[in-house]
Design a protein around this ligand. Structure first.
Ligand code: GNR
Ligand code: NI
Length: 171
């Protein structure tokens, strides 16, 4: 097991498009285990491979209260989405301290391969539905701040760059 560094917005690598996984092998299983450890350590409800600079369609999540229900989604697809949208406050481990409202489908049906390489499906609503859509955006190179106004996005970019510069100086 290992903790993986999480790319920080506006790192251009967050905009790479992930490629489908062709085989769920030992290397993929090692990566998902490291991603789960990194997600729990960071108190995140989800983590996409893109955020750890691996550009393959892999994400992990756990939206349970007890944080004891890890989910692994490889090559995830939304096979059904509700017409109804919802607006929820989102945050992102790649954009720490920034929270804002993003429109998402209220309910989704997801199909993916699990850690064992076997296909499975589930219906999601609430935080789980939000999280799946947020993580699947990461795999397409999209960060939630791209739903905000250009003005807000520029302010966030400036704040993050300043923070990175300050952290650099302290080292
Ligand atoms: O930890 C996270 N919390 C969160 C809260 C509301 C909507 C989405 C999320 S995902 C985020 C972790 C993360 O950045 N995943 O990519
Ligand atoms: Ni995120």
């Amino acid at each position: 097991m290992a903790l993986l560094p999480i790319l920080q917005y506006p790192d251009p690598r967050l905009h790479k498009v992930a490629a489908p996984v062709t085989e769920v092998d030992a290397g993929v299983r090692q990566l998902v285990d490291d991603m789960l450890e990194t997600m729990y350590q960071s108190d995140g409800v989800g983590l996409a491979a893109t955020q750890v600079d691996v550009h393959r369609r892999i994400l992990v999540m756990d939206t349970s209260e007890q944080r004891d229900q890890p989910r692994v989604l490889i090559n995830p697809e939304l096979i059904q989405v509700s017409e109804e949208m919802m607006l929820g406050e989102e945050g992102c481990l790649s954009v720490p301290t920034i929270y804002d409202a993003v429109p998402r489908h209220a309910r989704v049906t997801v199909r993916a391969l699990g850690r064992d390489g076997q296909p499975f499906e589930f219906d999601a609503e609430g935080l789980t539905a939000v999280c799946v859509q947020h993580e699947m955006d990461h795999l397409l190179g999209k960060v939630f701040v791209e739903y905000l106004s250009p003005l807000k996005r520029e302010r966030i970019k400036t704040k993050m760059l300043k923070k990175a510069r300050d952290e650099q100086k302290r080292q």
